[in-house]
Ligand binder design. Sequence first.
Ligand SMILES: C[S@@+](CC[C@H](N)C(=O)[O-])C[C@H]1O[C@@H](n2cnc3c(N)ncnc32)[C@H](O)[C@@H]1O
Length: 219
Amino acid sequence: MDNKAKSQSEKYDYQNHWNNAYQKNPLTNLGWYEEKSEQSFNLIEACNLPKDALLFNAGAGATTLISDLLSAGYTNIMVNDISSVALSELKKNIHIRKHASVNFLLDDLTNPTQLLKLKNVDLWNDRAVLHFFTEKQQQIQYFNLVKSAVKKGGYVILSEFNLEGAKKCSGLDVFNYDSAMLQERLGNEFELLKSFNYTYTQPSGNPREFVYTLFQRKE
Ligand SMILES: C[S@@+](CC[C@H](N)C(=O)[O-])C[C@H]1O[C@@H](n2cnc3c(N)ncnc32)[C@H](O)[C@@H]1O
């Protein structure tokens, strides 16, 4: 296969890309930094899950959400990212209380190895990760993983750039969504419970348009 025929995902070292992003910038300057991940947190709380429910955070990076979930009493948290630098930063910034556990899973959501073992997830949370998967094959892998990991009755929160949103982030192309597209990818087995648009303001002051969605897997 010549270079042209190779897909973008084969040519490009995404792990290096994201490690660089976290290495070169203070966390609070990153174009996706939130002092409080309020929309995600509120959607998680709306699910009314027991505190020991398994909360899987896909491409969590160094999000402040994990600290807030621990403070709210959640005890069974799994954090994934492709960037070891991001996960090290996160580790430095969280305080894991007695009886709580945070498991870190360094793996690629579009080419999973460790992640294939992930089962019985009560809640899958993704903010600003899926939209980086611009190729059909990456998207298929991602949604296959969601479907193999989330239990019946479990929840899926997908929060991505919406159709009016930016076409690039962190120097990478993105794939924009609305709730109908996400529903279509998840299939009939998942029911859309809630969806809203939200304008996030980057540390630089620029607006970024998101769609937030909450789905539940049917019993
Ligand atoms: C825009 S950041 C969002 C981080 C976090 N979700 C938040 O809201 O702060 C995108 C994150 O996805 C991670 N990521 C990108 N591609 C990934 C992949 N294939 N597998 C796992 N994580 C990935 C990046 O390292 C980065 O932490």
